[in-house]
Design a protein around this ligand. Structure first.
Ligand SMILES: [Zn+2]
Length: 202
């Protein structure tokens, strides 16, 4: 194999470890690439072989968006979609960020890099009686009268309530489980825009 193939993958990913191992092997060397959590190269390679994923034509889903990758509520396509974590894979409904937030009663905002979301779920306040303690309140019911300060905790997440990123498998038949999406699938989903740019009709 050619060393330039390695450049397509980030060091520390399963795919990089596998290709690096093959490259080392082709030069008669032992594997030497490691992972942040596995510094033994042989064990790192074993881990990588069970998690690594290579698209048949080199690009996940050939870099395209499946025709049925559409928000079931507003019909938008070409954006990141979320599926229901609790529903069987063959009965999935997909939602865009806006529709998923409405359905799940959550507030989300794309991160600066566009690859994930910020959650603004926890509205908290503190009182003069216990100024060290931040307490959660329901913003729909208004700020508690004894509040001396309020704020909203922001947290990076790719989930919207019970909805998780919908990453289609390459055979188009299903979606990856939340914790088993291979890196090329994560990258495919991450590179989709979160919302479509607002176009002005003339
Ligand atoms: Zn939608």
């Amino acid at each position: 194999m050619n060393r330039s193939q390695l450049r397509k993958y980030l060091p520390g990913t399963a795919e990089y470890i596998i290709l690096h191992g093959a490259w080392s092997h082709s030069r008669g060397r032992a594997p030497s690439a490691t992972l942040p959590f596995e510094l033994n190269p042989r064990r790192a390679l074993r881990w990588a072989k069970s998690f690594g994923y290579f698209s048949k034509n080199g690009k996940y889903l050939s870099g395209s968006i499946p025709a049925n990758y559409i928000c079931g509520e507003c019909g938008v396509t070409g954006v990141k979609l979320w599926r229901d974590y609790n529903t069987f894979m063959d009965a999935q409904t997909l939602r865009c960020m806006v529709c998923a937030c409405r359905e799940q009663k959550k507030s989300r905002e794309p991160t600066e890099d566009g690859r994930s979301l910020y959650a603004h779920d926890d509205h908290v306040y503190r009182t003069s009686a216990e100024p060290e303690q931040w307490l959660v309140y329901d913003p729909e019911k208004g700020v508690p009268t004894d509040a001396i300060e309020t704020k909203v905790f922001s947290m990076r997440t790719d989930q919207i309530g019970w909805r998780v990123p919908a990453v289609p498998t390459e055979d188009g038949k299903s979606y990856w489980g939340y914790t088993s999406v291979p890196q090329p699938g994560c990258d495919w989903w991450g590179s989709l825009p979160t919302t479509l740019p607002v176009t002005q009709s003339t």
